[in-house]
Ligand binder design. Sequence first.
Ligand code: LR7
Ligand code: MN
Length: 578
Amino acid sequence: IIIIWMLAGYHLIIATTKYTEDTEDLNERISGNLNTELSVNKWLKQIQQEEIKKPNIILNQPFQKHIIYQKEQYGDMGKPVELPKDLSPEIQKIIDDGWRKNSFNQYVSDLISVKRSLPDPRDEWCTYPYRYNVKLPKTSVIICFYNEAWSVLLRTVHSILNRSPPNLIHEIILIDDFSDMDHLKQPLVDYWANEYKVRIIRNKKREGLIRARLIGTAHAKGEVLTFLDSHIEVAPGWLEPLLDRINTNYTTVVCPVIDTIKADTFEYAYGNEVFVGGFDWNLLFSWHSIPERENKNRFNPAEPVNSPTMAGGLFSISKKFFEELGTYDEGFEVWGAENLELSFKTWMCGGTLEIIPCSHVGHVFRDSFPYGPSKNDSNENYLRRNLRRLAEVWLDDYKKYHYQRRGEPDVPMGDITERIKLRKNLGCKSFKWFIDNVYPELFIPEFIKGYGMIGANQMCLDNWVESNDIYQPITLKKCYSTSLGGSQFWYYSDKNEIRKEEYCVDYSGDENIGVRLYPCHGNYGTQQWDYQQETGFIINPLSQRCLKVSDDMSNLEVKNCDSGDVNQRWIIENVRIG
Ligand code: LR7
Ligand code: MN
């Protein structure tokens, strides 16, 4: 007996088909006249001969079908799905297409139940009786999506419905940001037709995620707004600790811990350390360990922790407070800057931003954007424009550090008078207040001696500082032809450090460790580099030797100073040594 869920008609059809060992044939008969892209393939047959007894067929895609065997539920308890290496060319093509369309492994996601289980990530502290108020406000969940994969979007919504107390979910609003994929049209409406809490709103043109969220907000009736991306899974117990904080104080904005759903295997991976949000002068979000000043006020690691900024996609806020703060800048296009805008505003205009370690939500992290911008504008340009609006309205005099880092403000940013007025009317505090009180760890390039590219013999230091790693190798790449490139941007500090954010170029003298990035300690020694403009030497006084690009041009070394060696003749793009 094969049970087929007909998505389009949402009735259950029980078909009685005599099962044969030939799954290829079986698949064909089930697919009928539907255009089946997927067929049950060889590897599945091989590794699951045993399980092929009573396949339970679930249509995970309106136009595709998958056979999910009762015995093995792919990805249950958040486990990874590893595909075998020797796949047939047909299957490989489907997998490649899935990657191309989504920047994640859609094929793997389609194999996993849209209602899969996850382990419970919570500390015992979180489930202590009466931890949360018995009466909590209801939330509207707002999810905007643009061309999201079917199984990924469904799993997002199912995880919310299955893992939230029903009385706390007022509604789930899905805002379709003018997608063109067919499965997001009528099939999506049909799929949720019996779930009255799920509402679908269609944008008539591409608005970008920021205005799409505002459209969702306008429709929302819940006391609290919870924003989520369209490729997430909420973990057990995620909602109550968020709502509880807002219930205690409506000006508290709260974010769950963001776990990683891996783009290749869809493994749900918990991190065991909680990080807080920061940013650099690119005005891009970054993660940081919880600072000591913060930790000493907390008794248990599961207690809420203040965070200077939020990543942007996953958070709850009281609708009243969001509106008081003037929601988001409607002039932001497509993607980016709204996360820092809301973070700065929250702190500067009377609220608090917290990360709630008891609340976990997984997010599919992608390496690249699967979508382009809304207009015929480069991806980089709309972000620069958004960041300029952010800097001009909220950064006061500190905006000069942003421009120093990103280059002169040459992108038009539109009219910002309304946003400036808003800040004034709200009587918000200064950006200096924010840095001094909320983010004192931020490096302020006030007394630096130089900035920009640092290179010798056309090879430049080139790194993005990755979070969560104390030791980081330093990469060398050909210097960008244009100035002020992101990953090749360094500061030459007043302490003669070569630094990027809180990391400094460091040489302990140990040849095995070599030259690397290490958190700045501010005590000279291993992180002191005296630049001599005439010779181009960068001398480490501790070892009395010179920084050098290795002869094979592959990495950095510290060697005896040699004025005949072009690989020791450094140029710092903008430098003033007095
Ligand atoms: O034009 C668009 N229209 C949309 O509706 C572009 C995107 N979207 C949707 C999209 O389908 C998705 O559901 O908007 C949502 C967010 O877009 P993503 O997933 O491409 O963004 P991201 O996860 O790469 O980026 C993070 O930063 C963004 C800055 O604008 C948003 O704030 C995202 O919500 C945010 N995501 C997170 O914070 C999740 C955790 C990532 C980290 C760290
Ligand atoms: Mn996302």
